[in-house]
Design a protein around this ligand. Structure first.
Ligand SMILES: Cc1cc2nc3c(=O)[nH]c(=O)nc-3n(C[C@H](O)[C@H](O)[C@H](O)COP(=O)(O)OP(=O)(O)OC[C@H]3O[C@@H](n4cnc5c(N)ncnc54)[C@H](O)[C@@H]3O)c2cc1C
Length: 420
């Protein structure tokens, strides 16, 4: 049995904490808010998890909302011109890869309680850089899973792996309930319950997901991703969720008029069901060295922070937790030093996170020729659309065809041929 400390009780930290407990280790989790404070806080995210991530949570026995949270069964995507006219519409089903989106307040509060119930030690404290020395001295290895927390300053930006120097989007999100948002077929254009994506050329994007929160049950999230300084970048002055909802209605009327009716009589699920802000996607080096020379490891968003446009951050955080659990088991908990931290992270980067980052960055720009080849075919052939959407759960599967026109043609031909 080894002793591990984890700073941050979010998707990565909690996933790792439960996995280490399952393997018989002694685990202490530090989080800056207790479950009650978390339940009463503003939303931090609107994360949708793909089936592969849900499977990991099922294996850990953490799927408490399996039967309440509505399934996201596929994507209904419109690519629009700057005036909001749809130029291309694609509907693809996820089938057995359907996922779910759950309020992280709901989930992490319950998981923290469950962690203590299973024998983990939960300490409610904002761990400072100074305090890390003490924590690291008492544990075999300390993981920093602090999301976008200030403690990240310990980890150097990786200039080779980071593409951004400023936030690519201004974000604004809401959780809403309304008569035209819930149920199995809220968008008649799709014969399934969709993740609704709108890409508006030069303006930005918005995403609406089937969602679940403890405050209201089934609802839908709306995430607006405005190009900074562009015409959708107008949530900045909104003082609260009500004002944001008013702006959201205006944005839909202007840029997705056929979606605007969905917000009729829509209401916030609770006064805290909104967020806005911006951040710079950043890849950091995973080895943090304290003044004493002790090493801590950055994980999750702390080292792989991507724009949420591709819905990957929490999925990536869990993929990384799984990768680490495997690597720790293989090492029998021995030799978890700086070289081990670096090589374990490098292996994850090469096999997984580099594709996640590349895909997230790709969606921030207009689709290239290869992607258009596939999307054009996807608009005509359901099999191609389904195959495209299925790749979201493992972004590596988008390669090589997402940026290689010949490979894209082959990808389409194979799907169309198989379906014939
Ligand atoms: C608007 C929005 C939409 C998103 N949509 C999606 C999506 O659809 N799909 C998806 O997969 N991802 C999505 N994400 C990203 C996803 O939410 C994050 O990538 C994921 O939560 C990262 O997990 P993490 O454990 O690394 O960090 P977090 O989940 O952020 O957890 C970090 C925790 O550490 C705590 N903490 C910070 N500093 C300290 C400290 N010093 N001491 C103690 N505790 C500390 C924080 O309070 C927090 O609880 C979205 C993000 C945003 C902002």
């Amino acid at each position: 049995m080894k002793k591990f400390a984890i700073i941050g009780g979010g998707q990565c930290g909690l996933h790792l904490a439960f996995g280490l407990l399952d393997r018989g280790h002694d685990v202490t989790l530090y989080n800056d808010r207790n479950p009650e404070q978390l339940l009463a806080s503003r939303i931090q995210s609107t994360a949708f998890l793909f089936n592969r991530t849900l499977e990991m949570e099922r294996r850990l026995g953490l799927n408490f909302w399996e039967h309440e949270a509505p399934l996201g069964e596929g994507m209904l995507v419109d690519f629009r011109d700057p005036g909001g006219k749809s130029m291309l519409s694609v509907a693809g089903r996820l089938h057995e890869k359907s996922g779910q989106a759950l309020d992280q307040r709901t989930k992490f509060a319950r998981w923290m309680q469950e962690f203590e119930r299973r024998g983990g030690k939960l300490v409610i404290r904002t761990v400072s850089l100074d305090e890390l020395e003490q924590v690291a001295a008492e544990h075999t290895l300390t993981f920093i899973a602090a999301g976008k927390g200030a403690v990240n300053a310990l980890f150097e930006r990786d200039a080779e792996r980071s593409r951004h120097h400023t936030p690519p989007r201004q974000l604004a999100a809401l959780l809403l309930r309304g008569p035209k948002l819930l149920g199995e077929r809220p968008w008649p254009k799709a014969d399934f319950r969709p993740l609704r994506f709108n890409f508006i050329m030069g303006v930005g994007e918005f995403f609406s997901l089937p969602f679940y929160t403890h405050t209201a049950g089934e609802c839908r999230s709306f995430l607006f991703e405005a190009r900074p300084g562009g015409p959708m970048d107008r949530f900045g002055d909104a003082a609260d969720g009500q004002e944001m909802l008013a702006v959201a209605r205006q944005v839909l009327r202007e840029y997705a008029p056929d979606d605007a009716a969905h917000l009729e009589d829509a209401k916030l699920t609770d006064p805290n069901a909104w967020l806005k802000g911006a951040f710079t996607p950043t890849i950091r080096k995973p080895v943090g060295t304290l003044p004493s020379g002790r090493v801590v490891m950055g994980v999750g968003d702390t080292v792989c922070l991507n724009d949420p446009i591709a819905g990957q951050g929490a999925n990536n955080a869990s993929r990384m937790a799984e990768h680490l659990l495997q690597a720790i088991s293989e090492a029998h908990g021995e030799g978890l030093d700086a070289a081990w931290v670096q090589s374990t992270f490098d292996a994850f980067w090469e096999n997984s996170a580099s594709y996640t980052s590349a895909f997230s960055n790709l969606l921030l720009e207009p689709p290239g020729e290869a992607a258009m080849e596939v999307l054009g075919a996807a608009a005509r052939h359901r099999e191609v659309a389904d195959a495209f959407m299925a790749c979201f759960e493992t972004p590596r599967d988008f390669w090589p065809w997402i940026d290689d026109r010949d490979a894209a043609r082959q990808f389409v031909a194979r799907r169309v041929h198989d379906a014939a």
